[in-house]
Write a protein that binds this ligand. Structure first.
Ligand code: 13P
Length: 343
C-alpha cells in the first residue's frame, strides 16, 4: 500500500469546487432510469448516454473530480473508439469503479440487507487498477422501518463488509469510498435519522480501525441527516445542515480527507441547497472537505433533456453542466437560489 499516493488521490477527489459524478448505475437501475424516458437500455444507448456526460467539457474539467463507473462502462469505448476511461482522464478527472455486487436479503434479519461482493474482490481490484480505476465504491444499505429496523446485527454485518472492502482497496492502491447509506424512504423524522446515522458511522469507524484501514487514504460517502420521504413534518434546509454537520463532527475522525454525500432521492435543488448550507455556515468547523457524489441529483436533468435522442445531446450537456456548476458553487458555499434560474 502506498499511503502517500492514496492520500493524493483522495485529496484530489475533494479539491475545492469539485465533486464526484456517480454514473455507476447497475444494469437494473439504469434500465429503470431509461424506462422513465422511454428509451431502451441497450449497450449502445448506455454508452451514448454516458459518453455524452463525459464529453461535457466544462463540467468535467472544472467541477467533476472523479466519475464512478459500472463494470460495463470501464471497459467500453466511445463511438469513435476512444476508451471512455480516457475521455475522463483527458478531462483531468479520475476514473473510479463500483465494486460491490448489490444489497441482498440478510439471513436471519427479515426486511434487512447485506451488501455482497467480497469473494474474488482482490483479483477484481487488481484488474480495475490496470483498467485505470484509482478509487472504488461499496454501498451498504441501512433501512429505517419501525422501532426494530435497523437491527444492530444488520449494521455490524454491513460495516464489517465495508471495512474488509476498504482494506482490500488500499492493498491494491485504490482509494475506497465507504458508503453506508441510511435510506430516506419511510415516515421517520429527522431525529430518528440522526440516531441511526450516528450509530452507523460510529460502528463503521470502529470497524475501519479494527481492520487497519488508513483513514488518510479513504473517503466517506454518507447520507445527509434528513426527514424520511413520507414524514409529515419536513425539516428545513438549515436543520438538515446543522444536524448533518453535528453527526459528522461527533463521528468522523479528522484524518479523513473528505466526505462526499449521496443525494439519495432528494430533488436536485434540495441536494444542492443542503450541501451549500453546510459549507456556507460550517466550513471553518469541519476538518474535512465536504462535497457531492451525486447520481440522481446530477443526472435527472440531463437524462430528461436527452430523452434518448441524438438531437438533444447539446441540451442535455447544458443541463448537466448547469447542475455540476450549481453543486460546485455549493461545495464552496457560494450557491443561492437565484443562480438556479440565472442558468
Ligand atoms: P444518488 O445520488 O442517486 O443517491 O446516487 C449516489 C450513489 O452512488 C448511490 O450509491
Amino acid at each position: 500500500m502506498d499511503l502517500t499516493a492514496l492520500n493524493k488521490i483522495a485529496t484530489a477527489m475533494v479539491a475545492p469546487g469539485k465533486g464526484i459524478l456517480a454514473a455507476d448505475e447497475s444494469s437494473g437501475t439504469i434500465k429503470k432510469r431509461f424506462d422513465a424516458i422511454d428509451t431502451q437500455s441497450t449497450e449502445d444507448n448506455r454508452r451514448d448516454y454516458r459518453e455524452m456526460l463525459f464529453r461535457t467539457d466544462t463540467a468535467m474539467r472544472e467541477h467533476v473530480s472523479g466519475v464512478i463507473l459500472f463494470d460495463e462502462t470501464i471497459r467500453q469505448k466511445a463511438a469513435d473508439g476512444t476508451a471512455l476511461v480516457k475521455l475522463i482522464e483527458d478531462a483531468g478527472s479520475i476514473p473510479g469503479i463500483k465494486v460491490d455486487k448489490g444489497a441482498h436479503p440478510l439471513a436471519g434479519a427479515p426486511g434487512e440487507k447485506i451488501t455482497e461482493g467480497l469473494d474474488g474482490l482482490r483479483d477484481r481490484l487488481n484488474e480495475y487498477y490496470k483498467l485505470g480505476a484509482r478509487f472504488a465504491k461499496w454501498r451498504a444499505v441501512i433501512d429505517i422501518a419501525g422501532d426494530e429496523i435497523p437491527s444492530g446485527y444488520c449494521i455490524s454485518a454491513n460495516v464489517h463488509a465495508l471495512a474488509r472492502y476498504a482494506a482490500l482497496c488500499q492493498e491494491a492502491n485504490i482509494v475506497p469510498i465507504v458508503e453506508p447509506e441510511v435510506l430516506m424512504d419511510g415516515g421517520h423524522d429527522i431525529d430518528r435519522c440522526y440516531d441511526v446515522t450516528e450509530f452507523t458511522l460510529k460502528s463503521l469507524f470502529d470497524e475501519l480501525y479494527a481492520q487497519d484501514v488508513a483513514l488518510e487514504g479513504a473517503i466517506l460517502k454518507p447520507n445527509m441527516v434528513i426527514s424520511g420521504k413520507k414524514c409529515a413534518t419536513r425539516a428545513s434546509v438549515d436543520e438538515v445542515a446543522e444536524m448533518t454537520v453535528r453527526v459528522l463532527r461527533a463521528s468522523v475522525p479528522a484524518a479523513l480527507p473528505g466526505i462526499v454525500f449521496l443525494s439519495g432521492g432528494q430533488s436536485d435543488t434540495e441536494a444542492t441547497a443542503h450541501l451549500n448550507a453546510m459549507n456556507a455556515e460550517y466550513k471553518d468547523k469541519m476538518p474535512w472537505a465536504v462535497s457531492f457524489s451525486y447520481g440522481r441529483a446530477l443526472q435527472a436533468a440531463p437524462l430528461k433533456a436527452w430523452g434518448g435522442k441524438a438531437e438533444n445531446v447539446a441540451a442535455a450537456q447544458a443541463a448537466f453542466a448547469h447542475r455540476a456548476k450549481m453543486n460546485s458553487l455549493a461545495q464552496l458555499g457560494d450557491w443561492s437560489e437565484g443562480l438556479e434560474s440565472a442558468g
